[in-house]
Design a protein around this ligand. Sequence first.
Ligand SMILES: Cc1cc2nc3c(=O)[nH]c(=O)nc-3n(C[C@H](O)[C@H](O)[C@H](O)COP(=O)(O)OP(=O)(O)OC[C@H]3O[C@@H](n4cnc5c(N)ncnc54)[C@H](O)[C@@H]3O)c2cc1C
Length: 444
Amino acid sequence: MKKFTTVLVWFRNDLRLHDNEALARAVRDADYVLPVYCFDDRHFTTTSLGFPKTGAFRAQFLRESVEDTQAALRSRGADLLIRRGLPEVILPQLARDIGAQAVYFHEEVADEELLVEQALVEALSKTLVNNTPVQDVSFWGSTLHHLDDIPFNTEQLPDVFTQFRKDVEKKSKVRTVFPVPPVMTMPPAFSNLPKQELPSLKELCPTSDIPTPDARAVLPFKGGETQALKRLAEYFWERDCLKTYKETRNGLIGADYSSKFSAWLALGCVSPRFIFAEVQRYEQERVANDSTYWLVFELLWRDFFRFTARKYDTALFRVSGIMNVKRSWNLDWKAFECWKTGTTGVPFVDANMRELLLTGFMSNRGRQNVASYLVKDMKLHWLMGAEWFESQLVDYDVCSNYGNWNYAAGIGNDPREDRYFNIPKQASMYDPHGDYVRRWLEKG
Ligand SMILES: Cc1cc2nc3c(=O)[nH]c(=O)nc-3n(C[C@H](O)[C@H](O)[C@H](O)COP(=O)(O)OP(=O)(O)OC[C@H]3O[C@@H](n4cnc5c(N)ncnc54)[C@H](O)[C@@H]3O)c2cc1C
């Protein structure tokens, strides 16, 4: 006999069926499973400095990812119930309506997400189904290494990446991937529930222009697990790019200089453990070299920022950063507008900023340069840059974004590094013939 009759699965930044522990365990534990996604109104307000919190590129990617999850569930005889509003209000109500005894979901780490979780847990504890409070059951599923497997507790997490990486590589093992549940059964009462359509982009972002595709974009990013797995198959297996990743990863033009997995990772359309399993298979079937290692190394940076965010909580967002470095920051909006629109007069910075403005993406090399330029050369407030990235990036991830910005501003991990990027030197190294700058400045 199963533990529960009915369980709700709350989809968040885990929009996939593969390696989804919350879904897999719900299917194992309950006769009926009801998957739900809530478009949270708070995600569509503004940042503290007034930018749209979710800009149109990311909102579009999110819509596509939710739509793809719904289609994948439907093709397996299940469905995804779509709601708009506050999860901590919607989910307890649904649990009551459908008689669910538990809500399964993946944990997040940042401040705003944790407040929602806490409010949900509190509301569920007051929601009675058959005279028993509805249970909350949460899982850790966003990193390559599981929280319980890394060799430190949160307070002892090293502040220096190299130390984190070495200990994790030595002492932690990546867990195996959860398979897609073969059979999922919806609760019979599902058919009586009112259904809501996927909100349109205009409904989600009424003040933003609908993005128009730009032929110069590195990729026509499309959200969803289907596209994530397709991208992985192309990058690893069809075009065999993984074997040269370490040499190409600092590129600026085109689809294949780096994996471009970030947007799908941010919404959980692909799991880092699945990527790792595919790297291992590639190493067995094709080649194991510095490049195959390096992609996993980069995924460890992602883990590092996520665990760091968990350790430092709201300090990640404070002006003095996680290391509490007091500096004065300048909020010069006129100068910021030049940075934002790619009109500073520094070609390498402007080309990168226009790419971000017009496509929602920028290479890692570009991000490091424009961040350094904003903070160290223009001497503008680092939060202006971080919040603009939050609004604009198709791959925005709260931990990676604010972690990298803390780092760039010299108030984050290992502030001794406090690196300064000499922009003309960087441009001559990474864009020696000016192809990238011409691409964005001449046709723009
Ligand atoms: C100021 C600044 C802000 C950034 N904001 C974000 C963000 O919001 N979301 C985001 O995913 N990345 C962010 N990054 C990190 C990095 O630039 C992107 O992950 C990368 O450019 C995405 O391209 P890719 O998937 O082709 O990367 P690849 O080079 O193919 O790397 C593979 C994966 O490793 C991870 N990764 C690589 N570099 C980093 C890094 N420095 N920090 C964390 N993870 C990394 C990403 O998940 C990436 O998809 C930021 C970097 C800087 C300097």
